[in-house]
Design a protein around this ligand. Structure first.
Ligand SMILES: [Zn+2]
Ligand SMILES: [Zn+2]
Length: 272
């Protein structure tokens, strides 16, 4: 006899999808509203691509992200089933390993996922895989926050596959996993923001919006998720990346200065 009912299964699937989709919608929608709608004029100098916003396709990004989240939810519910049979090391009582491990496990998951993502992403760029699968994510040359999970269904499955060995080998609390997913979504949304908000020095060590935006426009190099480590080791960073982020920050600084100048001192607008 199964250690759960079909009703439990349906409720778990519904709950996982609801939480995953809900937090994605709030985070991606919040950044979209803040930068693409309300901050559109004020933050114009921080836009990575200066082309018109209408080249973006947030509706299609949202549709494919919803599909990916549905697949993630099915796979995570599958993990819940495996856990019921006692095959995972998932634990439900924080006291079993303490709060220190609870917090540290989030960092460990980030490191594992980051390396996994680099090589999975390179695999996605193999010409045969790219044509059939990953091309969909690269349809979005001018990505918006809603593109964060806009993948082909096969890619969505590859994206979440790292969770299985982690759950089988490491003691992970569901709360730590949920916390990690929220961090992943926030950083993933920032990578697809289309606006650069980080200071230039970060570019050397961490993935920025410019880093991932260049991946979308050029379709090569820049495969990482969080840390600028594997891209540097493997020489897959674009040579002008750091200069580009520097240029955007300079442009934003100049725009801020000119906005602060009194009207009488401001240079006359050039007519074209
Ligand atoms: Zn790619
Ligand atoms: Zn992307």
């Amino acid at each position: 006899m199964l250690p759960f009912t079909m009703l439990d299964l349906g409720t778990t699937l519904g709950l996982v999808f609801g939480l995953f989709f809900g937090h994605y919608l709030v985070i991606a929608g919040g950044f979209f509203l803040g930068f693409w709608v309300l901050g559109r004029r004020r933050l114009a100098a921080r836009r990575i691509q200066q082309q018109p916003l209408r080249s973006a396709r947030p509706g299609r990004e949202l549709a494919f992200s919803t599909l990916s989240i549905a697949l993630f939810s099915v796979m995570l519910t599958g993990l819940w089933v495996i856990d019921h049979f006692g095959f995972t090391r998932i634990y439900w009582d924080v006291a079993d390993y303490g709060w220190l491990w609870f917090v540290a496990s989030i960092g460990v998951m980030a490191l594992i996922h980051d390396s996994y993502y680099y090589w999975a992403h390179r695999f996605m760029h193999h010409p045969r895989v790219f044509r059939r699968v990953h091309k969909l994510h690269h349809e979005f040359h001018n990505p918006s926050p809603f593109a964060s999970y806009a993948f082909h269904p096969w890619e969505a499955i590859v994206e979440v596959a790292w969770v299985l060995p982690v759950a089988l080998l490491l003691p992970i609390h569901p709360g730590a996993f949920a916390g990690y997913i929220v961090i992943l979504t926030v950083l993933n949304v920032i990578s697809h923001l289309g606006y650069e908000t980080y200071p230039s020095w970060i570019a050397r060590w961490f993935i920025t919006s410019t880093h991932h935006n260049l991946h979308h426009t050029r379709g090569k190099g820049h495969f990482m998720l969080y840390f600028n480590i594997w891209d540097r080791i493997m020489g897959t960073n674009q040579h002008d990346y750091e200069a580009m982020i520097e240029a955007i920050n300079e442009r934003a600084k100049a725009a801020r200065k000119s906005a602060q100048q009194p009207q009488s001192e401001a240079p006359e607008a050039v007519r074209v």
